[in-house]
Design a protein around this ligand. Structure first.
Ligand code: MEV
Length: 406
């Protein structure tokens, strides 16, 4: 039997023979995981954290985030708490649909004009074939085409209703391509597959009174000006832009993972959007407007609240139980708001005390827990690290020596 055909327990035995040290996983859990993927041998577990009391479009939400990086959750909560004091985030998702691409090879007998005239019929045929999607409020919305020599590039816009829609879009595209192959002048179908090009664009905005950013109006204004300058550098300098966007994706990916969404698709689309003007730039924009700091982010969020592995995964279902009843549009608006909150927190920290102080403080628990010491000693070292603001490994070791010497 080939490795991939073995039951997961036997795959584990094979790897163990080669020295792998795998976690114990309950047999039933291993079986469940095995149904989700290929060559399964164990599991990776992430902490599920939340943003408490996020205020988005006038409604309070608890938003799940799955990440191993403590500072990402802390930053999101900090950003959202400032946004809440400022009246909350305003977000809007244009769920117009996701793109699918078909490329056909055509001969001299092909007429683009005639082909375009047939598009309404193709749309009707597809919507008849995929009637259940139409019943759920979605469907094939539009087809456009461009001819480049002997190739015709088609774009189909599919409204996936409450799902991300990748599988459905691919099925619609294959159905269409099969029909289109018979159109006069079409000689071959080259491919038919969804495109991860930016779609389902979602915008989140905040307007923060500067006095929330400092001890006085004047101090707050100075912080806001530094933050806006840092953001402007991100719009012009690719080194800063990349890091700025990483900070946004810190929050976005964590929320995507917690809600069972395809973060690879969102990442790919976000990078395409970041380079839309021919130069990679920041996905967010911050400015000072009188006594306010205004911020906004625009993200392509092809996400869903049903479909994919969402209902099959108990770990993901718990996130939806935290969120409560939610539409895909609302979830996209929350995720864009989280990205903006993480971006705000990063710009704010960099413009004031620097990023390292907060990061190190949050990492210090891990540093203390890695010491070769008893649980009581580790806790005591951690408390000393926090109270004395010394967060590195050597500081932890010194504290341990000091404790033992007492
Ligand atoms: C670290 O994970 C993310 C930041 O570097 C983002 C930024 O610099 O904007 C803090």
């Amino acid at each position: 039997m080939k490795f991939y055909q073995l039951p997961p327990t036997e795959r584990r035995t094979e790897l163990a023979k080669d020295g792998a040290d795998l976690l114990d996983v309950e047999p039933a859990e291993l079986e469940r995981l095995n149904e989700m993927s290929e060559n399964v041998v164990s599991e990776i577990v992430l902490p599920l954290s939340v943003i408490k009391d996020a205020l988005v479009n006038g409604k309070k939400w608890t938003i799940p985030m799955a990440t191993e990086e403590a500072s990402v959750v802390a930053a999101a909560n900090h950003g959202m708490s400032v946004f809440k004091k400022a009246g909350g985030v305003t977000a809007e998702s244009d769920r117009t649909g996701i793109y699918g691409q078909i490329v056909l090879e055509v001969g001299d007998a092909f007429s683009l004009k005639k082909f375009e005239k047939a598009f309404p019929d193709y749309i009707a045929l597809a919507n008849q074939e995929f009637a259940s999607l139409v019943r759920h409020g979605g469907g094939l919305k539009e087809i456009t085409a461009e001819q480049k020599g002997h190739l015709v590039y088609l774009l189909a816009l599919v409204d996936p209703a409450e799902a991300m829609g990748a599988n459905k879009t691919n099925a619609i595209l294959e159905f269409l391509a099969q029909k289109m192959e018979f159109f006069p002048g079409v000689t071959a179908k080259l491919f038919a597959i969804l495109s991860n090009y930016p779609s389902q664009i979602t915008m989140a905005k905040v307007k923060i009174p500067v006095d929330l950013l400092g001890k006085s109006q004047e101090a707050g204004l100075a912080v806001a000006q530094k933050m806006a300058l840092l953001a402007k550098i991100g719009e012009e300098d690719v080194y800063r832009a990349t890091t700025n966007n990483k900070g946004i994706m810190n929050g976005v990916d964590a929320a995507l993972i917690a809600t069972g969404n395809d973060y690879r698709a969102v990442e790919a689309a976000s990078h395409a959007l970041a380079v839309k003007n021919g130069r990679y730039a920041s996905l967010s924009h911050w400015a000072v407007d009188g006594n306010f700091l205004t911020g906004e982010v625009k993200l392509p969020l092809a996400i869903g609240v049903v479909g994919g592995s969402i209902s099959a995964r108990p770990d993901i279902r718990q996130s939806y139980s935290i969120l409560g009843k939610i539409k895909a549009k609302e979830l996209a608006e929350l995720i864009a708001s989280v990205g903006l909150a993480n971006n705000f927190a990063a710009l704010n920290a960099i413009s004031t005390k620097g990023i390292q102080a907060g990061h190190m403080r949050l990492q210090s628990r891990n540093v203390a827990m890695n010491l070769d010491a008893t649980d009581e000693e580790k806790e005591a070292v951690y408390q000393l690290m926090i109270s004395q603001q010394k967060y590195g490994e050597s500081a932890a070791e010194d504290f341990l020596k000091e404790l033992r010497g007492r």
